[in-house]
Ligand binder design. Structure first.
Ligand code: GYE
Length: 326
């Protein structure tokens, strides 16, 4: 019976929800007995697009129906989507919270409806751990630390006493922004060679990364910039475009450290234009669907699952086929 209700609900939902033409958010409903409501936060980066594909593929392979809504970077749209999933009694809600705060009410509604919630990729501020069932995503603090540890190692090989560092941040109040910043700062913290001069927000977008680079060059001049640490590849690629347009050699005149590991960034690392790529896997779909399976089977799940990640950098043998982007 529940299966029929879900299917009818899903069809109604498809008919009533507006989806964005420029998103890869094909809503997939199949005749599965398990329906997952998935609120994706947007399509701001290659990472996000790969993550959406991973979810779609894994749901299909698991034989689960996936009702997906893409929120186009708007928290209100995520809240609306989750509310619809509750109304239609999906089996499990999965969502990637664009920011950490502001979810208490909607998650209480899910909890009251008895629907388990899997946080995928990003966290919420942990006022109440009971508001979600489990989290699967990267350890962003460890990523930030890896970025800082790489810089220490790089600086040791350079004949320079001080390094002016500029940070280009992801979306303010998002988990990767906060923790990639904190981990990096903690890693370089005690080293007197490092001076973090400025930190500006590029919202994880390539276009904004370019604008940030222009702003920094205008404000400080290229000679003052030794290092740019950017919270994702999309912004870094925007920076790279601007530097090259101005005849500045990225990876040589300025050390570039980035996070994600998309193909274009790893290729730029191989070409000597980026110095370090901290990996962050978007392929979270299989782990999410395994958690859905366990929850439906009434099995225990751990509160947190982190994938294993490392870095690629200019100290590595970059001809190794394992050095590859997504
Ligand atoms: O690094 C960035 C994306 O939350 C891990 O969001 C994700 C981040 C990823 O837009 O490219």
């Amino acid at each position: 019976m529940k299966k029929i209700i879900c299917l009818v609900a899903a069809i109604l939902l498809l008919a009533t929800m507006t989806s964005c033409a420029n998103q890869p958010d094909t809503d997939i409903i199949n005749s599965s007995s398990v329906v997952v409501g998935f609120s994706q936060l947007g399509a701001e980066s290659s990472w996000r697009i790969a993550n959406t594909e991973s979810m779609e593929k894994a749901a299909k392979e698991a034989g689960f129906g996936l009702m997906m809504e893409n929120a186009n970077q708007k928290q209100e749209k995520q809240i609306d989507a989750i509310r619809s999933f509750i109304a239609y009694q999906v089996d499990v809600i999965v969502f990637s919270p664009i920011v950490e705060s502001g979810w208490d009410n909607i998650l209480n509604e899910a909890s009251n409806a008895g629907i388990p919630v899997i946080l995928m990729d990003r966290m919420i501020s942990n006022s109440d751990d009971n508001l979600y069932t489990t989290y699967v995503g990267a350890d962003f603090y460890a990523e930030g630390r890896r970025a800082g540890e790489y810089l220490i190692r790089k600086a040791d090989t350079m004949n320079k006493e001080t390094f002016n560092i500029f940070e280009i941040c992801g979306t303010v109040d998002s988990t990767p922004m906060r923790e990639r910043q904190q981990g990096f700062m903690d890693a370089i913290g005690d080293d007197p060679r490092f001076n973090v001069v400025d930190s500006i927000c590029g919202d994880f977008l390539r276009s904004m990364g370019g604008e940030c680079a222009e702003l920094l060059l205008e404000k400080y001049g290229e000679n003052m910039i030794d290092v740019i640490y950017s919270h994702n590849d999309s912004m870094t690629l925007g920076v790279l475009d601007v530097l090259e347009q101005r005849g500045i050699r990225p990876g040589k005149d300025i050390v570039l450290i980035t996070v994600d590991g998309e193909k274009e960034a790893v290729d730029a690392l191989k070409a000597g234009k980026i110095n370090c790529v901290v990996q962050c896997t978007p392929d979270l779909g299989p782990a999410v669907m395994e958690l859905v399976r366990k929850l439906k089977a009434g099995e225990q799940v751990s509160k947190i699952t982190h994938p294993e990640e490392g870095i690629f950098c200019d100290f590595d043998d970059l001809s190794n086929p394992a050095v590859e982007g997504f």
